[in-house]
Design a binder for this molecule. Structure first.
Ligand SMILES: [Zn+2]
Length: 295
């Protein structure tokens, strides 16, 4: 379980965070971990389009005014603040033992100091629990909880966010993306999505988002119910999402992409369906989680 004392202590920084959060929007920070801006925005926009009336109302109430009721506008907030909210940095991912290709909460969900629960799976559970206070007198900043939950639900669906420990989820695997030097993690965060948008959607994020939405209602429609479902009436089930993630990392992201390899059309075209699938699952599950939280 999450260390409650630590989380509460973190809340004390809240007022400072608010100011910094606004300031952060004025800068573009490099994106080392997390889908890039577009991946997160796609997940959040898919999710917001699937909210129940009461969940849509709650999200609207909780979003800061500058988001203009578009969750996609603030879906990367957690990446922007991680550079000064240092305590939040380990919450974007989970490291698993090399080559095992599975995720176990008790074994893998901790930060570098071994503090339990401090990984993306623990963070999703924690912010879900906080949001269940909506409508009550609460100690939590529920706006911050919504932005963290929306972001981490995206991160847990990026296969290399549940990657191997020794290569830091592909961050230490240097390859070439067509003619440019890149690390494997960044290719999954940004380059596959960017290349797809450039090549197939006129560099338009909306074109890519709409294509994924269409797959959700057509090609994958038979699977959507299963994606949404959690066992034992839990509001969210990030252990399942993380287990799928490391499996996809082994079967797709790491496969045929060792240090020094040149990744071109073969890799791009065969991995793009995996990226699209995980973006779809992330959006559907964020919506399902918010619908369960807000009734
Ligand atoms: Zn992230």
């Amino acid at each position: 379980m999450i260390c409650v004392v630590k989380w509460r202590r973190n809340m004390e920084y809240y007022h400072k965070f608010q100011l910094l959060a606004v300031v952060s929007l004025m800068f573009v920070f490099p994106n080392a971990q997390g889908w890039g801006e577009d991946g997160h925005a796609i997940i959040c926009r898919i999710a917001q389009s699937r909210l129940s009336d009461s969940a849509a109302e709650a999200v609207k109430n909780l979003l800061p005014a500058y988001a203009q009721n578009d969750l996609g506008n603030v879906c990367s907030w957690a990446d922007h603040v991680r550079f000064y909210l240092h305590w939040s940095a380990p919450l974007h991912f989970a490291d698993t033992p090399d080559s095992l290709c599975n995720f176990q909460y008790n074994r893998d969900c901790m930060d570098e100091n071994g503090e339990k629960g401090r990984c993306v799976v623990g963070a999703i559970n924690n912010y879900t629990t906080q949001l269940l206070d909506y409508g009550k007198d609460t100690q939590y900043n529920l706006t911050q909880a919504l932005l963290f939950l929306s972001h981490f639900m995206g991160d847990v669906h990026q296969p290399l966010h549940v990657g191997f420990t020794s290569d830091k989820g592909g961050n230490l695997i240097n390859v070439e993306w067509y003619t440019r030097k890149q690390n494997l993690h960044h290719i999954w965060d940004v380059n596959i999505i960017e290349t797809a948008e450039e090549r197939f959607y006129n560099s338009d994020i909306n074109g890519f988002t709409n294509a994924i939405q269409e797959n959700i209602t057509k090609t994958w429609s038979g699977q959507v119910k299963a994606w949404e479902t959690c066992n034992s009436n839990q509001a969210t089930c990030p252990e399942i999402y993380a287990s799928e993630g490391i499996k996809a990392a082994c079967q797709s992201a790491y496969k045929d992409a060792p240090e020094g390899s040149v990744l071109e059309d073969d890799y791009f075209l065969s991995r793009l369906p995996v990226v699209s699938f995980r973006l779809a699952q992330g959006g559907v599950r964020l919506a399902a989680t918010l619908n369960r939280i807000f009734g």
